[in-house]
Write a protein that binds this ligand. Structure first.
Ligand SMILES: Cc1cc2nc3c(=O)[nH]c(=O)nc-3n(C[C@H](O)[C@H](O)[C@H](O)COP(=O)(O)OP(=O)(O)OC[C@H]3O[C@@H](n4cnc5c(N)ncnc54)[C@H](O)[C@@H]3O)c2cc1C
Length: 563
């Protein structure tokens, strides 16, 4: 069995597979460092789980489906809700995480936007570090062969073409390929591609898993749904630009103003103002910025100083420290922020046991799509990655065929390796991957970001296709060892693949819903669009796109019937 990725989904997949079948040979390959890469470690706010007898699975499911504007795959949402309490119990009692507790000893749960009950479990405002640190220790004690800082390049079919039989990996330190045969492969590379000019996910997340799934011919769902968080720090040319300043700042009374000092949320949502949902606040800030009322760095201001310096320090120690790294005193002055690309709700279509529609390929965490519909609730991301990671591990252990794994299609392996090596020349004759990426990020931000329309999407699609053609001629220095320009070249190809899927899907959805806002179709159209958008590359050039109505297996829109 092969696990790709070492976030919450990847680590739980490996641990649960080892527990389910201690004799299984498990290989885990991760582009980043184990326990330190990916977004699970960046989780600040916390983890949603029903623990209090006054709360219920029904309430959590209703909140999740309402948040997703009722286009979630309901069985996935229910699986998350049903398994999250057990997973919190496992994280505490088996993995050894410490979560904040109340005076009476029960786990403390805080309120989070869009939830009808205070159900967010946390460890201060650094919950992800607690979870990932302990999971990492557990992984190192488990019978798992670890390939750290080794990236997957592509999934490989079996020689008879009947299933996914493993992957070709690249060890960038040695510049060598690694071919892995596996009865089952779990894709857990974390989605959340950084293809927007301002972005929050960890730097190595370039949509590799989704791009690999596209090239392998898997079906993806609702790729147009990309969530923007309202408050990403603006820190000049630093790579920390886009880093999330947590939701709690607005929840605690933080005020957003434009460069003219206007509290602009009064115009966009006079009732809830800054406490409006992520999509509304992000879009409102974006509109202020494009209308020319932005700050010097092209953002808006968030101000919590009126709460008092001591209160801010006590409530948000992590945020205060991060802001001070970039010369801001969050306790005493407004801080420049911008909407920031945060989380991809779309992804590979899976069932509740993480099966993709390609035999031999399971998908878990942010690489998968459908659980969150048109909008993810804060606190449901880490629940998704850990719950589905564990399921994928158990299913993989159960379904890995006995005996020797199927042989790889060697012609496909050779083609993957040829394509990966193509950019390596003297670095002077072809296209610069850094330049292509910068163009793509601006294009996506301006046209496929917070506000979209048909003309802009069509223009972007044409431009992405041109960039993809140019990327076929990328050129970087020829050394294979620790060649960061080569890494960038490989990343750019994946970013372009995902960007194209997002843009094509956004063109299909001719309405506005959740994170997807089309100024040419500004209304949510429930009569036509309680549907999902599917995409599959059948010939690797032009994808097939189609829509299908949501299956309301648990709850009709806005009306709870069962849970
Ligand atoms: C700043 C921030 C704050 C957040 N806060 C919250 C929160 O408070 N609550 C919440 O519920 N959710 C939160 N989220 C969302 C949450 O982090 C994600 O939903 C979740 O962690 C995704 O888990 P994952 O395992 O799918 O991916 P990740 O944790 O992102 O892990 C991906 C892994 O795949 C590896 N990888 C990438 N490409 C390859 C490749 N080609 N080959 C091999 N490995 C690869 C990476 O190195 C990494 O190890 C936050 C996200 C961000 C960005």
């Amino acid at each position: 069995m092969l696990v790709l990725g070492s976030g919450g989904a990847g680590l739980l997949a490996a641990l649960h597979a080892a527990r389910t079948n201690p004799n299984l040979r498990i290989i885990l390959a991760s582009k980043g460092l184990i326990g330190k890469s990916g977004c699970t470690r960046m989780v600040q706010g916390g983890y949603n789980a029903v623990l209090d007898p006054a709360d219920s699975l029904d309430k959590h499911l209703t909140d999740t489906l309402k948040g997703g504007q009722f286009i979630n795959q309901q069985e996935l949402a229910y699986t998350l809700v049903r398994n999250a309490p057990t997973m919190i119990h496992e994280l505490e009692t088996v993995i050894g995480c410490f979560f904040d507790r109340r005076a009476d000893g029960r786990i403390h749960q805080k309120p989070f936007a869009g939830q009808s009950f205070d159900r967010t479990v946390h460890r201060g405002d650094l919950t992800g570090i607690e979870i990932m640190g302990r999971l990492r220790d557990a992984l190192f004690a488990a019978p798992v062969h670890i390939l750290e800082e080794v990236r997957a390049l592509d999934l490989v079919r079996s020689a008879d073409g009947s299933r996914i039989a493993g992957a070709v990996l690249l060890d960038p330190r040695r510049g060598e390929f690694v071919r892995v045969r596996a009865g089952v492969t779990v894709l857990a590379t974390g989605g959340g591609a950084r293809m927007y000019r301002v972005a929050a996910p960890s730097l190595e997340k370039t949509g590799d898993g989704m791009a690999m799934a596209c090239r392998a011919g898997a079906t993806l769902v609702d790729m147009e749904m990309y969530q923007f968080h309202p408050t990403g720090l603006l820190a000049g040319v630093s790579r920390m630009t886009g880093m999330v300043l947590e939701e709690g700042l607005r929840g605690a009374g933080g005020i957003l103003t434009n460069a003219l000092g206007e509290r602009y949320m009064e115009r966009y949502d006079s009732l809830r103002k800054e406490r409006s949902t992520r999509d509304v606040v992000s879009r409102s800030s974006y509109m202020e910025i494009v209308a020319g009322r932005g700050t010097p760095q092209g953002g808006v201001y968030i101000d919590v100083s009126h709460l008092g310096a001591e209160v801010v320090q006590q409530m948000f120690p992590g945020m205060v420290e991060r802001c001070s790294d970039f010369g801001y005193d969050l306790r005493r002055q407004p801080v420049e922020v911008s909407p920031t690309a945060h989380f991809h709700m779309g992804g590979v279509k899976i069932d509740a046991e993480c099966h993709s529609d390609l035999p031999g390929l399971l998908v878990a965490g942010e690489d998968s799509g459908g659980t969150h519909g048109a909008n993810r609730l804060g606190g449901n991301g880490v629940a998704e990655s850990t719950v589905f990671g564990a399921i994928a591990g158990e299913v993989a252990a159960r379904e890995t065929p006995a005996g020797t794994s199927a042989r790889l299609d060697l012609a496909q392996v050779a083609e993957i390796e040829r394509r990966a090596l193509q950019p390596l020349d003297d670095g002077s004759s072809g296209e610069d991957p850094f330049a292509i990426r910068a163009t793509l990020e601006t294009l996506m931000w301006d046209n496929v970001g917070l506000v979209r329309d048909g003309a802009g999407l069509n223009r972007s699609l044409a431009e992405i296709q041109t960039l993809t053609e140019r990327a076929a001629g990328l050129s970087v220095p020829s050394s294979r060892r620790l060649n960061l320009a080569w890494t960038e070249a490989l990343d750019v190809q994946n970013l372009l693949q995902v960007a194209e899927a997002v843009t094509r899907s956004a063109l299909v959805r001719t309405e506005s819903r959740g994170a997807h806002y089309r100024s040419d179709f500004p209304q949510q159209d429930d009569a036509r669009w309680l549907s999902n958008v599917y995409l599959r590359y059948e010939d690797r050039v032009d994808p097939r796109l189609w829509t299908a109505p949501v299956a309301f297996t648990r709850m009709a829109p806005y009306l709870a019937v069962t849970a």
